[in-house]
Design a protein around this ligand. Structure first.
Ligand code: NAG
Ligand code: NAG
Ligand code: NAG
Length: 364
């Protein structure tokens, strides 16, 4: 693997390194081309990396390292594409050349640059329920794949799907929600009907993708089912004609049967059930506009889905960890490399402009 060795690993060559670092004062801020990269420090790692439902790609880098410079465009492209598509993944960086991060870099045993790690939630419900942010709730692994945009993206997306469980069969769904003893009977749940036979339209694909993100953001405090239309239409009469004292299943059944009788298309029908409130609601997605810029399309749909859910459930046990309505939004904004470096730089230049040139020497 192509890496630059960290200066900590090469202490005997310290004198050589002071020459290198003395020139560093002229290095421009490293990651200004991206709008979304999170700049991680010991002070914010718990809030940003260990209190999220998202998968994090964590890069430890040094601005002077040639391999980091090589990787930089792929990291920036990755981070911005993920944000644009609203995927439940984030990209974060740690500058190991900054002395205030040196404990962090040694804690993660960073020997060379760049070092890439993936941080994946072990169990979403545990993270949502825990009072203290903890590394123990996550798997931290070294990423050894290709350092290119596409392989990194595929790797992260595959990891983010680990916590998403999908029930495809109507009978399994029916049994799960009619069993009053199951924990499902207490949690709100969303059901999406999908048609496996027809090719996915752009709309269907977008809804599916955004639903996965939304499910992750709710950290399994809301459950999501994705049931095949075929399974519903072949079993709905048999299962629904019984004496249904379960109000939620009752509403589901009458909604489906009415649509079947009137031949109203049901693909993409999204329904929300809250057993606590005895509430049943249907998502009105007519406003979905495929002409919208991709950037806004995913975000807007996520926004609409989240508000639809929040407005129709008993919020007591619902936890929203990430996304457009979460408390974290402003925090993320504040800690992007771009925003942080810009504002810091502005203040510094105003107050003590001479400080910047001195800094690299202080680090050794
Ligand atoms: C995690 O983040 C959420 C939302 O931003 C916040 O309400 C919660 O207190 C945080 N939990 C911990 C353990 O920091
Ligand atoms: C639910 O649990 C109770 C007590 O644990 C048990 O007596 C009952 O049979 C269960 N009901 C079903 C439908 O499994
Ligand atoms: C349906 O079940 C409820 C209770 O489970 C009962 O009170 C009612 O009489 C039943 N209705 C019919 C038509 O069987």
């Amino acid at each position: 693997m192509k890496v630059c060795f960290s200066k900590w690993a090469l202490l005997p060559l310290l004198t050589l390194f002071s020459l290198v670092t003395a020139q560093r004062g002229t290095e421009p801020p490293f990651y200004l081309n991206s709008d979304s990269l999170l700049d991680i420090t010991p002070a914010n790692i718990n809030d940003l990396v260990y209190n999220t439902s998202y998968v994090t790609l964590l890069e430890f880098y040094a601005p002077w390292c040639g391999y980091c410079k090589q990787l930089k465009p792929s990291i920036e492209k990755l981070s911005d594409a993920i944000k644009k598509k609203n995927l439940p993944v984030q990209v974060a960086i740690v500058n190991c050349d900054d002395a205030s991060n040196s404990m962090l870099c040694s804690e993660y045993d960073v020997q060379g640059f760049p070092t890439l790690l993936t941080v994946t939630p072990k169990k979403l419900s545990k993270i949502a329920g825990s009072k203290k942010a903890s590394k123990k709730n996550y798997n931290v692994e070294v990423y050894k794949g290709e350092r290119e945009y596409k392989p990194m993206l595929n790797h992260l997306v595959a990891k983010s799907k680990k916590n998403i469980k999908i029930i495809k069969d109507f009978e399994n769904f029916y049994n799960a929600v009619t069993d009053y003893n199951s924990s499902l009977a207490e949690k709100p749940f969303v059901v999406q009907l999908f048609d496996a036979k027809n090719e996915k339209s752009k709309k269907t694909a977008a809804i599916e993708e955004v639903l996965e993100t939304t499910q992750t953001q709710f950290a399994n405090s809301v459950r999501f089912f994705k049931i095949q239309m075929e399974s519903v239409t072949s079993k709905v009469f048999g299962l629904c004609k019984g004496n249904n004292s379960n109000m939620l299943v009752g509403s589901f059944c009458s909604e489906i049967m009415e649509r079947m009788v009137q031949a109203v298309p049901m693909n993409n029908l999204l329904m929300l059930f809250d057993p606590k409130k005895d509430q049943f609601s249907i998502f009105k997605s007519q406003k979905y506009d495929s002409g919208e810029k991709e950037n806004n399309r995913f975000k807007n749909l996520n926004y609409k889905l989240t508000s639809w859910i929040l407005n129709n459930v008993d919020g007591e046990n619902v936890r929203l960890l990430d996304g457009p309505f979460s408390a974290k939004k402003d925090l993320l904004e504040k800690h992007t490399f771009k925003n942080k470096y810009r504002s810091k730089n502005k203040n510094k230049n105003k107050k003590k402009p001479q400080k910047k040139a001195d800094q690299p020497l202080d680090e050794l």
